[in-house]
Structures are given as C-alpha cells and as structure tokens.
Write a protein that binds this ligand. Sequence first.
Ligand SMILES: *[C@@H]1O[C@H](CO)[C@@H](O)[C@H](O)[C@H]1NC(C)=O
Ligand SMILES: *[C@@H]1O[C@H](CO)[C@@H](O)[C@H](O)[C@H]1NC(C)=O
Ligand SMILES: *[C@@H]1O[C@H](CO)[C@@H](O)[C@H](O)[C@H]1NC(C)=O
Ligand SMILES: *[C@@H]1O[C@H](CO)[C@@H](O)[C@H](O)[C@H]1NC(C)=O
Ligand SMILES: *[C@@H]1O[C@H](CO)[C@@H](O)[C@H](O)[C@H]1NC(C)=O
Ligand SMILES: *[C@@H]1O[C@H](CO)[C@@H](O)[C@H](O)[C@H]1NC(C)=O
Ligand SMILES: *[C@@H]1O[C@H](CO)[C@@H](O)[C@H](O)[C@H]1NC(C)=O
Length: 524
Amino acid sequence: MRRRWLAKSLSIGLLIFIVIAIDRVALYLGTTQSLPAMELPPHVERQFWNSSSDLGVRIIRPVYAVIPDTRDGRKNVTVLLTIWLKRVGARASLYDLPHQAQDSIRLMVWVDNPFNLHSRQFGHLKLPVDHAHWMPNLLFETSTPGPVLRAEYEPETKHRGMVIDHIIRPYSFRVDLPDGVGDCFKIVEVSYPMHKASICLPPAKSEPTCEWLAPPAKYNTTYPALYTAIGAVRHTDSTRDWVGYQDQVAAQLWNYVTYQVAMGASGLLLYADELQREYLLRNPNTAELMRRGHLRLIEWDMHERGHMDDDGRGRPLGYNYDQALFASHVNLGLSACGSNLWVIVTDIDEYIYIPKPGHRWPAPLHACMEPAAPNITIHSLQRFEVLSSAISPEEERGYWITPGTLGGLAPASSNGSGIASGGVNVSFVHPLEFYDRVFAQPLNRIHGKAVVQPAARVVLFFVHDAVPLHGTVKLVHHKCMVLLHVPNFHGGRRQPSEGMMLQPFQNWVFGGRDVNETMAGVEE
Ligand SMILES: *[C@@H]1O[C@H](CO)[C@@H](O)[C@H](O)[C@H]1NC(C)=O
Ligand SMILES: *[C@@H]1O[C@H](CO)[C@@H](O)[C@H](O)[C@H]1NC(C)=O
Ligand SMILES: *[C@@H]1O[C@H](CO)[C@@H](O)[C@H](O)[C@H]1NC(C)=O
Ligand SMILES: *[C@@H]1O[C@H](CO)[C@@H](O)[C@H](O)[C@H]1NC(C)=O
Ligand SMILES: *[C@@H]1O[C@H](CO)[C@@H](O)[C@H](O)[C@H]1NC(C)=O
Ligand SMILES: *[C@@H]1O[C@H](CO)[C@@H](O)[C@H](O)[C@H]1NC(C)=O
Ligand SMILES: *[C@@H]1O[C@H](CO)[C@@H](O)[C@H](O)[C@H]1NC(C)=O
C-alpha cells in the first residue's frame, strides 16, 4: 500500500518535472530566438560590478495607510506608501557638519493612491493630498525596554514657506536615535497598527557610499567632489527596441560624461533600472567610463508607468514621472557625507560651463560662489540655451547619439576593443563643439538648477528648487558658472531663426580663444 503510494507520487513528481523541463526549454528557445546574444566583452570584468550602488538607501514597500479625505474627494482611502530610509550621522569623519554628530535615520516617503496612479503635474507625480492636509504617522518600535520613536517631519514652517506646490515633493522625516536602541526596528503606520515592517540599519559609519564617491584623502572642503545626477533615461514611448535604444543612451552618456569631467566634475550618478544597468555594463564606452569611476549606476528599479490619457503635453508614458523622487533619493543617499561632496541634479541635455577660460570645478566655488555669503549650501545656476549654426536642429540628435572625441579621449572602436589609443576615428568631434550660438538671456530664474551640498539635508526637492535644512540658497552669477541647455538634444525644438537674441559662442574647452562678453569669466 505504502509502496504503491510512493511509486505513484514519484511518477507524478517525474511528470511535473518533465512538464517544467519542457517549459524551460521552450522558454529558453523563445528567449534565444528573440534576443541577440549578449556576451560580456572580455574587458568587462568582475571589478565593474561594484560600479553600481543603492547609495546605502533601503526601501520598504508597500506600507499601507488610510487617508481620511483625498484631493479628489474620496473618503478613507487605503493608500500605498514607499519609504526610503538611510542611517546618517555619528560618522565622526573629517568633513562632518556640526548637525551630523547626531545618530539618526532619515526617511523620504511617497504616497500612491491606487484609485489614481497617474495624477501628474508637468509629467511629474502628485501626492493624493498636500503635506499640510495629511502626512504619514510613522512609529519606530525598538526592542524592549527601549522607546517607541516617532518619525518627525523634517521641514520647519519657515522651510515650507520657501517653496510652493508641496504636492509634487516627497515627504521627509527623521528619527533621532537615543544611545543603545540598537540597529533593528519595526515600523508602524498608525492607521494600520497591526502591520509592521522590520528593518535593520547598521550605523552610518559602516556604510561605504561617502568613501566610494568622495574619499577624504582626495576631496576636502576646499577641493570637494562634484557629481552630476540624472534620473532614469527612459524612452518617451514604451519601446521594445531596447537593444538599439540603450546603445544610443550609452553614446549620449559618453558625450555627457567626458564633457562634465573636462569641466572638473568627478562623474555622473546615473539612476538606472535593471535593464539599463545590464546594457550599460556591457557597452564598451560606458564600461570604460565605469572603469575610470566617472560613471556610477544608481539602482533605481522604478517601473514604467504608462497609461491611456496624456498629460496635456502629448506624453502618455510618464517617462519622467519620478523626477522629484530620484532627486530626493540622491540628496538622501548622500546626506551622510560631509562638506567635501556636492551634486547637481541635472538632465542629459545640460552641460556645466565655467566661462573663465581654463577654470574647472572647484575654481568657481572660491572665485565667485562662496565669498558672496557664508554657509551657502545651495548654489542656484542659471541655464542658457545653446544652438548650432553648423548643423540643422533636426540633425542635432544624430550627433549626440554618436560617441565623440574630447581632449584626445576617443570612444571605444566599434569592434569592442575598448578605448584604443591609436586606430580610432577621431574625426567625430565632441558634439558640443558644434554649438556656437548662445541665447543672450538665461531661461527664467525659476527654471534654474542647483549645485547642492547634500550634507545640509536638502528637502522639498522639485526639479528647479529645494530647501536646505542647514545653510542658505544663493543665485550664482552667470559669469561664474552656468548650465548650457541643448534644446534640440532629443530632436528639433528650436530654430536658430526664432528671433531670440543670439550671440556668438565658443566654448574654451574645445580650444577656442574668443570668449564672448556674455559669459566671459568674472575676475577673481
Ligand atoms: C570595486 O571594489 C574593489 C574592492 O573593494 C575596489 O578595489 C575597486 O576599486 C572597486 N571598483 C570600482 C569601479 O569602484
Ligand atoms: C471614515 O472613517 C471614519 C473613522 O473610522 C468613520 O467615522 C467614517 O464614517 C468613515 N467615512 C466613510 C465615508 O466611510
Ligand atoms: C584639499 O585637497 C586638495 C586636492 O586634493 C589638496 O591640494 C589640498 O592640499 C587639500 N587641502 C587641505 C586643507 O587638506
Ligand atoms: C554657519 O554654519 C555654522 C555651522 O553650522 C554655524 O555655527 C554658523 O553660525 C553659521 N553662520 C551663519 C552666518 O549662518
Ligand atoms: C579593433 O580595432 C582596433 C582599432 O582599429 C584595432 O587596433 C584592433 O586590432 C581591433 N581588434 C579586433 C579584435 O579586431
Ligand atoms: C570617420 O568619421 C568621418 C566623419 O563622420 C567619416 O566621414 C569617415 O568615413 C570615418 N572614417 C572611418 C575610417 O570610419
Ligand atoms: C559678442 O556678442 C556681441 C553681441 O552679439 C557681438 O556684438 C560681439 O561681436 C561678440 N564678441 C565676440 C568676441 O564674438
């Protein structure tokens, strides 16, 4: 009896195994037929895999909460919270600011209303209610006999008044940790008291992000690292041609990074999902940038969020819906670092320009940014649009998706041999070299972008403005440092004939000598 039962279960097991195996083979064949082989080029070795990081930020989702009244008139809506957490402070490192002595956990929180996942403004997500109307009430349980700690909303009233439209900005909270509470917590949202998310966050000094980006032996307060950060470079449609698309992104990144580094930046923090990370690790140009430490991939597995209605600007796919989230994430992730690290949250079509010939970051910080006032932790840059008289607006995109040569640094040759010192086609100059016209006036100040010091705990971030909890915000003179914006980077948006006041422009990085008055360097 028993033996028959055993035989029966064995044959059922075998059958299941065969079914699964056939399925796997079918799946395998299916995949190999539809995807080209992606061999790892020999020079992309194991060492590159640590060129990606989550900046030591943990993520918990979903956590549930009930909102009594949402903006769209619903009552008692169960919403989904995404909570990003980072342990900060008490690092006792060389460049800590005074407030960084306190051991804390900082949080950023986004709230999705499942009845309306696509509520957006300028394509960017909106919260279901304003910060002033409702906010999550999060408790951190510690092991007995320790206390239950409440997460405090970080901005004070004076900070909230510095920006408008809180509805497009994530919440930020902080829990200051008393001595001896340990590293593990249970997190509770009070409207769902019986659901608890456990998490263990080791002390900030054991987390390597700051040393990874700004080793104290190399960067200090007077010679700080500057990184640019870019959100997910998603296609504006939900393309399935990601093989072709990621190649174009890799070329754009090559052009972007080589230029920013020539202006003194330490590198780019690129927010990328798993698919993009996979391809950029294999592309010889981006792999080379990673090997040099000039490109760091930040793990950002936020899904595509397409839907049927467009946002009034012809964009059904919210390709940049999470702009405020990634910007807040980079500020959170770097907030344990000290005064030897700055970051600019930017776009792939924006290029740092320091008008005084030969001056690279951090020269302007001392020459014309810092002396203006003490304790500036956000330097707001003005943006100037640049155009080309040499190539037509419609052609510009083609130049940017071709890796160019800058300062003798040529891209990998197409046979994947890596950066070749000889034998590469150096006749593709860097695309920015073709830009010889600049608008006489900057874009409106409210459309600036900032150089921020994350150590100052920058909150309430949207694309163009943010609030430091420590220090102040200051506009940078356009003769000191600006961003050049390439409006036709993705396609022809602006014609040189638009009649705006255009001035001749020659970027000194490409060896030109005549620098136009508009942005000629400020004397020290
Ligand atoms: C990766 O980690 C190893 C060991 O920690 C380090 O030596 C190497 O420089 C790192 N590589 C990058 C690209 O950060
Ligand atoms: C919402 O919840 C509150 C508190 O539980 C309850 O008093 C109220 O009746 C609810 N409102 C609706 C419309 O369900
Ligand atoms: C800061 O770093 C720069 C560049 O590494 C170095 O030249 C300078 O001496 C350092 N300054 C201090 C005060 O350590
Ligand atoms: C600048 O910051 C330091 C350290 O946080 C503080 O002691 C000082 O009072 C600040 N100065 C001004 C003018 O805000
Ligand atoms: C790839 O191209 C470079 C430059 O043209 C050349 O030196 C190298 O031999 C080529 N490698 C292979 C494997 O064909
Ligand atoms: C090099 O690039 C130039 C400019 O596009 C092109 O005309 C030329 O054919 C290329 N040469 C080779 C050998 O690929
Ligand atoms: C700078 O721009 C002004 C205004 O367009 C123009 O008159 C002047 O010739 C330019 N200077 C140089 C050196 O190109």
